[in-house]
Design a protein around this ligand. Structure first.
Ligand SMILES: [Zn+2]
Length: 160
């Protein structure tokens, strides 16, 4: 199963109809199987691995540190989805993200993945709808979108 880039964006948009965006279901629709792994060290966030037996129809599996808070796990899943969409040719057999989302990819590629992860979890139009409806507290918005307050405060403070 290979979706084109516009098809992938369409799948993402379909999952952004309401908050919180369901990251595992989104991954599933992109052909990625997500595994939550116990007993990982805290400074390991996630991996995306080419795997015929554990991967989804795309041939890739995402592994997430089960010990992390749900908001963090959701961000990690979105971050690995972003690597799949943006950097698939660099994944090779697998790509490992440490606690600060650093891998063997360049810092600028990691920044791209973080940006797309934020775009996935906190879509502008949905966020603006909530703000227009009077939800202006960062804490409440973070709760609605199931992201950390720090991620939401960056999102709300940034122009785009
Ligand atoms: Zn990364």
């Amino acid at each position: 199963m290979t979706l084109t880039y516009p098809e992938q964006l369409e799948v993402i948009q379909k999952h952004q109809a309401s908050a919180p965006v369901q990251t595992v279901a989104l991954a599933d629709d992109l052909g990625l199987k997500v595994w939550h792994v116990p007993n990982w060290p805290d400074d390991l966030s996630g991996k995306i691995v080419k795997s015929a037996d554990q991967g989804g129809p795309s041939g890739y599996a995402i592994y997430v540190n089960k010990g992390h808070h749900v908001n963090r796990r959701r961000f990690t899943t979105a971050h690995e989805i972003a690597h799949f969409i943006l950097h698939r040719q660099f994944i090779g057999d697998g790509l490992v993200d440490d606690g600060l989302y650093r891998s063997r990819l360049s810092n600028s590629m990691e920044a791209q993945a973080n940006k797309l992860a934020a775009d996935i979890l906190m879509p502008r139009n949905l966020l603006n709808q909530h703000i227009a409806n009077g939800v202006t507290s960062v804490a409440r918005l973070a709760e609605i979108f199931q992201v950390s307050e720090s991620a939401m405060s960056i999102r709300v403070g940034a122009p785009n």
